[in-house]
Design a protein around this ligand. Structure first.
Ligand code: 8OZ
Length: 374
């Protein structure tokens, strides 16, 4: 039986175990610059097989929340270099998640107070997070404007450029394309957010076009073996829905199979919520089969609600290769050791998920300290 602690080759990386730190938004990067505390936070978690950073904006218009980091200025890349150096010094591997929020943004966060960009001018019924005078609050997203087709090569370029600098300047081992959770690429994919009548709307081929152009460009830039992609076929996060997700994702998988990617990362069900949705059934095994049947060799990473060794190893027994842990990893810097020893887990503190400093970020105790305190 495969365990979480069996090593595995994933693209260009040899991972010592199959425990992955899922991307987690933490809103602790003022001016979009990762702080020294981020180096401590990620390096505390370097025992994971692979760490995926919090979603990181590829350009100023890709920003949708206060104090999330970017990859488009020298300061930001310098900040990230300290993070990757700290993780590598502890023997870990770390990729960054390339992010464009699309319509999930607010005029206060956009250059010149402009409208956020989207496939179509449809407001997402969701909230974003602003910080004013040090005080955080949730705010409704602003009305977006529809991107002109002539602007899309610029977006592909921004992803490509961010990928190049992530690897060559900031020292990341690779990148993950954020194709999930109702952000720009997912907005293009899904019928609820994309009402375009050009080559980027309507048919499945057209709706998947931007996702594929971006992923192809990023893979060409840094090598497919340093690239993963995150997808969430049926999540309602950020107000996305699709009329027929199964054939949409079957098509996407057949095309992604050609790109020689390191991994496919799938959020099962509603991100951070129920793993099964009565009104949105989806067959993940069929999605994986579509990828494999088309020759896809990337490893299969699953995510959403995995909170024990037993649950994760059941997924491995059913054909997953890696398991990404979100909240358990947030609250347990030594998650791998705790899972290995079947030790109890620290509970995550929701009040400190977004924004703030060391509290709820770098101060979750490792096992020895938790036991001493008990
Ligand atoms: C939580 C809060 C803000 C953003 C995602 C990047 O869901 C996010 C996110 C999560 O992918």
């Amino acid at each position: 039986m495969t365990t979480l602690f069996d090593p595995i080759q994933v693209g260009a990386w040899q991972l010592p175990n199959r425990v992955v730190m899922a991307p987690l938004t933490r809103n602790r990067s003022p001016e979009a610059v990762p702080q020294p505390l981020a180096a401590e936070y990620y390096s505390q978690r370097a025992g994971g097989g692979l760490l995926i950073t919090e979603a990181t904006a590829i350009s100023p218009t890709a920003q949708g929340y206060a104090d999330v980091p970017g990859l488009y200025s020298e300061d930001q890349l310098d900040g990230w270099k300290k993070v990757t150096d700290a993780v590598h010094a502890k023997g870990g591997r770390i990729v960054t998640q390339l992010w464009h929020v699309g319509r999930v943004s607010h005029v206060d966060l956009q250059p010149g107070g402009a409208k956020p960009v989207a496939p179509s001018a449809i407001v997402a019924k969701t909230k974003t997070y602003l910080i004013k005078d040090g005080v955080g609050s949730f705010a409704a997203t602003s009305e977006p404007r529809a991107l002109d087709a002539g602007e899309l090569p610029g977006i592909v370029h921004d992803f490509r450029h961010a990928a190049r600098h992530a690897v060559s300047t900031a020292g990341f081992d690779g990148v993950e394309v954020h194709g999930a959770n109702g952000y720009l690429l997912d907005q293009f994919m899904k019928t609820g957010a994309n009402k375009r009548t050009d080559d980027y709307g309507g048919s499945i081929e057209n709706r998947a076009r931007l996702m594929l152009e971006v992923t192809r460009a990023v893979a060409e830039e840094v090598g497919g073996q340093r690239v993963g992609i995150r997808l969430s076929p049926v999540t309602p996060a950020n107000d996305v829905n699709d009329e027929a997700p199964q054939p949409l994702f079957d098509y996407l998988m057949r095309e992604l199979a050609q790109l020689n990617l390191a991994y496919i990362h799938v959020v099962e069900g509603a991100t951070g919520g129920p793993r099964e949705l009565d009104d949105r059934p989806f067959d993940y095994a069929a999605m994986r089969k579509a990828y494999r049947d088309a020759g896809g060799k990337g490893v299969w990473m699953v995510n959403n609600g995995y909170d024990s060794r037993e649950m994760a190893e059941q997924a491995l027994a059913k054909g997953a290769d890696l398991v990404a842990f979100g909240r358990p990893y947030l609250a347990n810097p030594d998650l791998v050791e705790r899972l290995r020893r079947d030790a109890p887990l620290n509970a995550p503190d929701k009040a400190t998920f977004y924004g703030g400093g060391a509290k709820g970020y770098t101060d979750y105790p490792p096992l020895a300290q938790s036991q001493a305190a008990a």
